[in-house]
Write a protein that binds this ligand. Sequence first.
Ligand code: PLP
Length: 409
Amino acid sequence: MLAMTRATAPTAIRTARRVDRFTYAIRNIVAEAKKVEAAGQRVRYLNIGDPNQFGFVTPPHLIEAVSRAMRDGHNGYTASVGISEAREAVAADFTARGVPTSPDRVLITSGTSEGIELALTAIVNEGESVLVPSPTYPLYTAVLAKIGAEPAYYRTDPGNGWLPDLDHVRRLITPHTRALVVIDPNNPTGAIYPNDVRYALIQLADEHGLVILADEVYGDLAYDGPVPPMATLDLEAPIISYSSLSKAYLAPGWRAGWMAVGATPRLDGALAAIKKLADGRLCSPGPMQYAVTAALKGDRSHQVAFREALRARAELTTARMNAIPGMRCVAPRGAFYAMPQFTLPPGRRDEDFVLGLLRAKGVLVVYGSGFGANAADGSFRIVFLASPEELGGIYDDIADFAKEYAKAG
Ligand SMILES: Cc1ncc(COP(=O)(O)O)c(C=O)c1O
């Protein structure tokens, strides 16, 4: 072996400044939980929205479609936009839901996450801004940090079912604003927006030449049944919609998703830019693309049982949280998240409360400021996918802890 002689001591490789601005609290907080586990305490993880970790299983016909694709030799790269049959299935699904869509405006992506990253990267310049709900799913702000753009947080109001404050949205729009993110059904609040609110958001975007990024990954998980895509309200609106197999089809690890770029010619340039960027990453995982067709053209009856399981857990969560003195919780109407708010003693931050709960009781939730909420609001997100029995025990622990925390001041 050659021994290298160095004149100076080796220095650490420096990292790029953009990483300093990149945060993703949902996973970052796990480091704290690992320390608690290392000290010998059991931790119950209510931080990540992964139904498979809580016993919900991927429908067998999707597994069969992927394994058949592998056996049939579909293990090479696909076209960067995805295989034709999956693009056709997505287009047919949008069309059946009331948004006539052509397969050439559809891309198959590595989950909704890649759709978010492709759309923002294709549309937003450094220094420009994007309207993002507060609280938000944090990948939006993380990607904006990476591309040197800014979030403009618009308020959603817990006093009004976590609906967007339309006047606030309007006031935030500047000549540098490029896009409006709408997450409906919402993570982290579980809100579903009524048509008048959705329509008002479309009108605002239209007036100001903004593209709407419609995150519809929970669209099929509204407890009262699927929510129609936002684009049904205005087929000419510049809407890019995305979703995936992760949540409603119980296969988050497959990284299989799609995006549909609205039919308006105003989005032709954006579609071309997104396709250009997609070429650079070759393709999303190939065999999993075959499950997109199986999912959208096959049996969806698992969703009926899943929605009912979620509704029961949402009701339990809301009732138990609202029974805790100092806690308020808006009832979620879709997805598997709730965002309670606890009246904090003066000077305390949401993160103190959440880390205290983790260390005292071994319950991991995510603090609201990790989603762009105000740290003084005392909000935190619960993922309520565990069984009602387990959730019952966890909620006893949260109630005990909240009482002690309020007393300790
Ligand atoms: C609102 C929202 N968008 C996107 C994603 C990412 O989903 P995917 O697994 O499809 O990338 C999530 C995941 O939790 C989410 O909650």
